[in-house]
Design a protein around this ligand. Sequence first.
Ligand code: ZN
Length: 922
Amino acid sequence: MRFQAAKSNFFANANFGTRCLVREMRVWFYYLGALFSIMIPAIVAAEKPFSFKDTPGKLPKDVVPTDYSIRIVPKIDKFTFTGTETVKLEVRSPVHQLVLNALELQVTEASLDGKPLPTSAMKIDMEKELLTLTLPSELAPGDHTLALSFSGKINQQGQGLFYMRYQEQGSGATKVMLGTQFEATDARRFFPCWDEPVFRARFQLIAVVPKNWLAVSNMPIESEKTIAEGKEVRFAATPPMSSYLNVFVAGELDLIEARSGSTQVRVIATKDKAELGRYALEATAQILQYYNDYFGAAYPLPKLDQIALPGGFGGAMENWGGITYYESALLFDPKNSSIETKQNIYEVIAHEVAHMWFGDLVTMAWWDNLWLNEGFASWMGTKCTAHFNPQWEVWLRRNLPRDPTRRIGIAKEQAMEGDARSTTHPIQQHIATEAEANSAFDDITYKKGQSFLRMLESFLGEDVFRDGIRSYIAAHKYSNTTTADLWNALSEASKKPVAEIAAGWTEQPGFPVVTVKREQNGKVRLTQERFAVNFKNAPPLEWKIPLTYSVIGQAPATLLMTGKTEVLENIPADRALKLNVKGAGNYRVEYDESSWNLLLQALPKLGVEDRVNLLSDAWALVQADRAPVSLYFGLVEKLPASTDIAEREQIINVLVFINGLLAGSPEQEQFQHYARSLLRPTFEMVGWEPRKEELATVANLRASSISALGDLNDPEIIAGCRERLKKYLANPASLTPDLRPAVFTVVSRYADEKTWTKLHQFGLKTTSIEEKQNYYNALACASDPKLVKKTLAIALTDELPTSRATHLVPRVARDSGHPDIAWDFARTNMKALLAKVDAAGANRYAPSLFTFFSDDSRANELKTYAKNNLPPASGSEVAKVVDEVQFRSEFKKRLVTHLNTWLDHHSAAASARERPPWPADH
Ligand SMILES: [Zn+2]
């Protein structure tokens, strides 16, 4: 579905894993475990290849729709619509009723094979979201036609058919346009349908819109005619596809277009904004060519539209042939957009276009295999982005993103953090309800899925992996699959037991840590165990680990670790040994002391990938209470000076995280002093001003350093930002777009009311979504409690698109240092806020606001609140956040103790260095 930004984008450092369904042990563990209080090892049940009739779901499989023709007439002034549809059905065995999905629709008429059904024959079950039509007599197998008339509503939030209010570029006039968002289960809000992914059908849409509007759907327009209500637009029928991939967008729109091979590519945006789609248009043409080749099957539709929406939702959605994006994820203004925005646009497009094959041409059979769509598109999109933009270091920049609107890199670390907790779940998880399907869009699905695929690709080899993917696409096009189908294709291509290797990674939760212990005679003993954080007595699990290792200076080697322990032979006792070469594997490594010291000595010989991997693992070991914080900072201090972005951002993220955790504590000031001493040298190297022809990553690093040093209360940085903002407000060209977000947020963090108001006024005035976002993101950082309240109040106004308005509250909770004020505000105004949140966000909105508390009592407060106010479907989100708060509370105490020791030792060492070892000779 929409790229990650839409889903769990409420927070950066939050850990999102979802439900605690431990699928592989569900029967044995609960039953026998309760009886005998013993631990039963995981029983991994192998999944079966796709079969239509065995696919889970609520809808009976004996009636299959093949062709829909749907006519929709929106009543824009009333925010309602009416519709009619005919559906050709293939009845496979005799039935007495038809069961399909409908939600918030009034079905007014129904007929079968031209014969009207009485109103009494139609029953809508609101809770199950089902429409049941009871037939007067048994319906014989064969072809039949169902016709329905219905009406529904146009929503404010991005769910089903929705409207967006926006300010038009140039004129500034307020306009309204329409869009749709159907994944996971909201096509049923637009027209009654068999709304489960396995029911592929051809869809033909006819829509009535005002004469001056442009209407867009999956396929090109077949015909158009003027009628009394406006114009009637008829689109060509789609190839067989899942219902959630339908799209309809209409409004006063402009477009630019190009051709990529035989495909027409267009970027569509609101009036006068299409030209800002130039970069996206060029990127799309390039990406399409790459995928046409990679998948060995050309993009199958005649056109591909990239549609910029000025609101409704926050990410992007891979509707076949008509991908929708939140405007700032698609439009790039060369004069005013930052390099981060450019990188984000490329990566989001690469992700969404990968879905045209993985997701649309071949679709997961049921939501339990959502990772097949999302893990794959995330991996493929990153691979493609890295291929064309090697200078961006996208694979490397996968440490915790501090800003959730930036999705650069695979954020593997973020997924691993969540996956180490008790609240994680397997990549493949049991999904029974619509709410569960919507909750499945989380870090595990996207990022662990992607990390695992990358590990598998590097183990099988790039070419072999691609050959497997090509035969998978060829075998299953216009059909559905399970994970087993993918493993079968990869096994055939590689002649390796892929399903066996993969099972541990996709069917059980968590991941391993491999401990490294040097023994006599050049032997090194490796032992695996489950890696757990804030998770005592985690059920033990084992994995088949595609290990890589190298003795520094020698070529890397691979080893499939299939048991609890393994021994490496002939490793020289005086040579450093590094496991998980380039950090491509999804596991942690814990070295014994002598191995670690050898690695520290060898640091100058390690590439940046390996240095980042050591940093990430060291920090994770600290979090897991397997090592004191000195392990991490000892490593940081030994690193040679560099401006390698991934390495420096890993450190920045950790420092900013600790700073947030210590907010308001007596230890914060001393820590900030230390943290600045670590970051300053990097900033001195990159400086304030961009240099000619510098690398894009230097611009990224400059922005991150300024933002972090501002956070850490660096007086010179704060003064520098204030001065630059002043100049910018007088002359916008004076400040490079790359630095605007950082400068705005630093100023706002320490702002008085006058400055806050000025930032707000500029935010109100601009019609650029990106610039607007910069201003409002900055407002969320204001730390003066009076200003925090003023920022929060904006969430209830119409100043921002709905998804951004609600997003402001968690942002304040994270960035202002006052999660308590944010929560008080949200609790008081929850109803109004939830009215603006889409299906995917509804379950996690309230829990997510607790994420930034580090006080145990808040965990209990959330539990009580959830019990009294939230639906059961929020359960897994609540559990995750409770775990996060408890973790932060425990970690904070531990960190304070460790940091005191480390900083005392550090200042003693520093003053020893500053003092000459002998008395000065006067
Ligand atoms: Zn996706």
